[in-house]
Design a protein around this ligand. Structure first.
Ligand code: PLP
Length: 391
């Protein structure tokens, strides 16, 4: 690069990424092909609109790229073109979710989503997010004892509040989600069921977590977490007389965005193709095996895990209540960073502390599994974490 300042910073970041144990649950390492597509000349092209109707010319190739990305997205999740549509233009997970509400929920309408403190995402209607300013959040949480979803309680809230849309799928929930139960809940109050599978998309693609598609009306996802693609968002919608897909397309463009990022769409297409390979199924299973091993080892050493363990790629350690040395999530995260282990601080359900200095830390195995780590490595990582946090 001619720009040495930026080149040096990229190199420094590359070195950092390689040198740490990365347990950030929302991160992953993309392939060279994904990087090549992202860094390609496709970034030069404007192609406002969709392949059926563009507002620019010279867009034949743009159409082919977007169509291919859509075909692959449907194929990866075994969806029929007559039954499901997919919008691939959302710039990331948050704008994807915003587009769904913008297209389908009247301003002031009710979004029923998990509270942030229980493991929901900001864009599920939290008040500091635009989704909680233009719409009203009806929050639900997890059971105080089990720290897992209590579908009966969620149903009671839904029947009472009659939300317009119910959002299932979370950002810090370590357990399997029963999509059929959420379908039943949505039907009991006439709500649209939206699944935000951002965290577990790669696990669902690899057959390591049940697919939400048989049950959901809308499925949104980021592409850069367990799915191991570039940063982007996808919005799948069921095709029927409600015309959800048309409303969502309009909400993405011209509702929220101008031109699509074609380099990003091409990179998503590359990642989707990679996720169809047999190796990806093995990867997804290994991610879970690693998370279960890490969780089991930490438990043996006396660390309290939210809900007692994990069924997916992530786990939450309640560091504040696990030891008597008064360690908090913030202190734990900082200490681990100093020793080259990267996690994020996280609230735990019914946290008595604040999001800035919560009781927990969140750990995930998607990134380290991409780097070839197996169960035996997780045993060592658990030992290191235990030593660092008990110092
Ligand atoms: C990460 C995440 C998002 C937001 O994705 P960004 O790309 O960071 O905007 C939305 N929903 C859930 C459940 C997530 O985990």
């Amino acid at each position: 690069m001619k720009d040495k300042q930026i080149e040096n910073l990229i190199k420094a970041e590359e070195k950092r990424q390689k040198s740490v144990v990365n347990l950030t649950a929302s991160e992953n390492y993309v392939s060279k092909d994904v990087l090549m597509a992202l860094g390609s000349i496709l970034t030069n092209k404007y192609a406002e609109g969709y392949s059926v109707q563009r507002y620019y010319y010279g867009t034949d190739i743009s159409d082919q790229i977007e169509n291919l990305c859509q075909e692959r997205a449907l194929k990866l999740f075994k969806l029929k073109k007559a039954e499901w549509a997919v919008n691939v233009q959302a710039l990331s997970g948050s704008p994807a979710n915003l587009a769904v509400y913008l297209g389908l929920v009247e301003k002031g309408g009710k979004i029923m989503g998990m509270a942030l403190s229980s493991g929901g995402h900001l864009t599920h209607g939290h008040k500091v997010s635009v989704t909680g300013k233009f719409w009203q959040q009806i929050p639900y949480g997890v059971d105080k004892e089990t720290e897992e979803l209590d579908y009966e309680v969620i149903k009671r809230i839904a029947v009472k509040e009659k939300p317009d849309i119910i959002v299932a799928g979370f950002t810090a929930y370590p357990r399997k989600i029963d999509w059929a139960k959420f379908r039943e809940i949505a039907d009991s109050c006439g709500a649209i069921l939206m699944v935000d599978m951002s965290h577990i998309a790669g696990l669902a693609a690899g057959g390591a977590h049940p697919s939400p598609f048989p049950f959901a009306d809308i499925v949104t996802t980021t592409t850069h977490k367990t799915l191991r693609g570039p940063r982007a968002g996808l919005i799948f919608s069921r095709i029927d007389n409600r015309e959800l897909n048309k409303k969502i397309d309009k909400a993405v463009f011209p509702g929220l965005q101008g031109g699509p990022h074609l380099n990003q769409i091409a990179a998503v297409a590359v990642a989707l193709d990679e996720a169809m390979k047999p190796e990806f199924k093995i990867y997804a299973k290994q991610v879970i095996k690693n998370a279960k091993t890490l969780a089991g080892e930490l438990k043996k050493k006396g660390w309290r895990l939210v809900s007692g363990g994990t069924d997916n790629h992530l786990l939450l350690i309640d560091v504040a209540s696990s030891t008597d040395n008064k360690i908090t999530g913030k202190m734990a995260g900082e200490r681990l960073e100093k020793e080259g282990i990267i996690v994020n601080k996280n609230t735990i359900p019914f946290d008595t502390r604040t999001p800035v200095d919560p009781s927990g830390i969140r750990l995930g195995t998607a990134a380290e599994t991409t780097r070839g780590k197996k169960e035996k490595d997780m045993i060592k990582i658990a030992e290191r974490i235990d030593k660092i946090l008990r110092k």
